[in-house]
Design a protein around this ligand. Structure first.
Ligand code: FES
Length: 238
């Protein structure tokens, strides 16, 4: 027989199988907890700390990796929790290239949406040193801009766990941690299959599809290359 656990989330009683995370239990109770790094069954690593909740313990816990326990009393939306989430978000933004207006993900960015949802409008609250990375646009289809990466590792999980390709991963330590390929090779020089699952998994503009219109435009304006324009095939009358 299944081992069930009873707990209370924001005053709502819920019963779930042992081993369920607080995030999943909250979903069952109809309570939404914000997430950024979480992808169900693919990336559950507690990296972004946007899903923190108060269980009465000394420190807030990340709901996406916190298992339920009998009698747990979880609060997901207190003023202190909301403020802690805002600070976490402001810290993520402190090392994020915030040129949103010309970003491929503008208006479709989960980080941007999270700022709106949590009322973060001072995106430069924590000023300090920022990483500056070269943009890798050598791949025929994928552009990686690590200046917009929040190190959620969703792309790594999609590449390694879902696609079993495994050409990207975290490199370096601390402030210098970044996502890249072995020996810092561009995506074009590793066994990337251009499936685009890393782009689909990315919550920001750190990975995006190469703009083929721009690629053609650049080619047409490259005086070192000769462009042969093929005539369009004739349309036959039926
Ligand atoms: Fe839980 Fe990122 S969603 S830590």
């Amino acid at each position: 027989m299944e081992n069930l656990v009873k707990l209370t989330i924001d005053g709502v009683s819920v019963e779930v199988p042992a081993g369920t995370t607080v995030l999943e239990a909250a979903k069952k109770a109809g309570i939404n907890i914000p997430t950024l790094c979480y992808l169900k069954d693919i990336n559950q690593i507690g990296a972004c700390r946007m899903c923190i909740v108060d269980t009465g313990a000394r420190a807030f816990g990340a709901a996406c990796v916190l298992p339920v326990s009998n009698g747990m009393n979880v609060k997901t939306n207190t003023p202190k929790i909301r403020e802690a989430r805002r600070v976490n978000l402001e810290l993520l933004l402190s090392n994020h290239d915030k040129k949103c207006l010309d970003c491929a993900r503008n208006q479709k960015c989960e980080l941007q949406q999270m700022c709106q949802d949590l009322g973060v409008d001072d995106v430069d609250k924590y000023k300090g040193k920022m990483n500056e990375y070269d943009i890798d646009d050598l791949s025929p289809s994928i552009v990686r801009n690590n200046n917009k990466c929040i190190l959620c590792r969703r792309c790594v999980a999609a590449c390694n766990n879902t696609q079993a390709v495994g050409v990207i991963g975290p490199m370096g330590r601390g402030f210098k941690t970044k996502i890249g390929s072995a020996w810092e090779q561009p995506l074009n020089d590793v066994a990337c299959i251009n499936c685009g699952q890393c782009i689909a998994a990315c919550p920001t503009g750190a990975l995006y599809e190469k703009d083929s219109t721009k690629a053609v435009w650049d080619l047409l304006n490259d005086e070192t290359k000769t462009v042969v324009v093929q005539p369009a095939p004739a349309v036959r009358a039926a």
